[in-house]
Design a protein around this ligand. Structure first.
Ligand code: NAP
Length: 261
């Protein structure tokens, strides 16, 4: 028996990074997974990996900021697997490091549409299945950038602070329902999103400096976030609700410090 045996799980952003690692881990732990990503080839590649690993998966190419598309992929999960038990609203974009004076309203709208309205829409359409059965787990990927400054650009950080507020307020809106709503706040993780940082550091020969600001003295890998998502998705987290859990090597626990070694 896996830790998610019998559960039906939707994972967005499943074509890469944290979402791919989570979809694979959820399936390995017995969940039937609906994997969502913008690019069909990417999410199909994840689905192929899961099938080769013996898991159950269905892949859908969809834009998480498009209300009709979100409604459709949630209904697809219900039609394919008979319901929804776990939603991992993970897809996100960084928007790059654009100086404030160069940011446009369209730039903000795009980041908020994917990073904040995306999770809202997924919750809006997936939660009725959970509320009806009196049980379910909703997880959103926020970021340490949503906790305080210097971990992302302005719009990205504001969107992730919004995600933290979203899980807190929705957890309370679902008062007494049995549906839990939590966020994970990753620190620096090597994924498609952070590739430019890693590529740049490796090109400069300074890759040994990446991740030095946290007490673990290293960056993280997608499975390290996936395991936190697995915990929250599973009944092991049956009393964890309304939380924004940092998985960041201790980065968000510290005041600024000069390296010890
Ligand atoms: P990633 O490797 O780029 O994965 C994100 C996936 O989401 C990509 O496949 C991306 O597709 C997809 N996506 C983007 N916009 C979408 C949309 N509108 N609809 C559907 N899918 C969409 O990056 P990641 O690091 O795993 O990111 C996962 C989450 O972790 C994000 O919410 C991110 O903000 C958060 N996070 C990451 C870090 C980090 O250090 N990596 C730290 C804190 C938080 P494309 O590649 O085609 O855009």
């Amino acid at each position: 028996m896996g830790r998610l045996s019998g559960k039906r799980a939707i994972v967005t952003g499943a074509g890469s990074g944290i979402g791919r690692a989570s979809a694979r881990l959820f399936a390995a732990e017995g969940a039937k997974v609906v994997a969502i990503d913008l690019v069909e080839a990417a999410v199909d590649e994840t689905a192929d990996m899961i099938r080769k690993e013996g898991g159950a998966v269905s892949s859908v190419a969809a834009d998480v900021s498009n209300e009709t598309a979100v409604k459709d992929f949630v209904e697809h999960c219900a039609a394919q697997y008979g319901g929804v038990d776990v939603l991992y609203a993970n897809a996100g974009i960084s928007g790059g490091m654009v100086p404030l004076q160069e940011q446009t309203v369209a730039y903000w709208q795009q980041i908020l549409a994917v990073n904040l309205i995306g999770p809202f829409l997924a919750i809006k359409y997936a939660s009725p299945y959970m509320l009806k059965q009196g049980k379910g787990s909703i997880i959103c990927t926020a970021s340490v950038a949503g906790l305080r400054a210097n971990a992302g650009a302005t719009a990205y950080s504001a969107s992730k602070a919004g995600v933290i507020s979203l899980v807190q307020t929705v957890a309370n809106e679902f008062y007494g329902s049995g549906v839990r709503v939590n966020a994970i706040c990753p620190g620096l993780i090597e994924t498609g999103m952070t590739k430019p940082i890693f590529d740049g550091a490796r090109a400069r020969g300074s890759d040994d400096k990446i991740g030095q600001l946290n007490p673990m003295k290293r960056y993280g890998l997608p499975p390290e976030i996936a395991h936190a998502a697995l915990f929250l998705a599973s009944d092991d987290a049956s009393y964890v609700n309304g939380q924004a859990i940092a998985v960041d090597g201790g980065l968000s626990s510290t005041h600024p410090f000069a390296g010890r070694r």
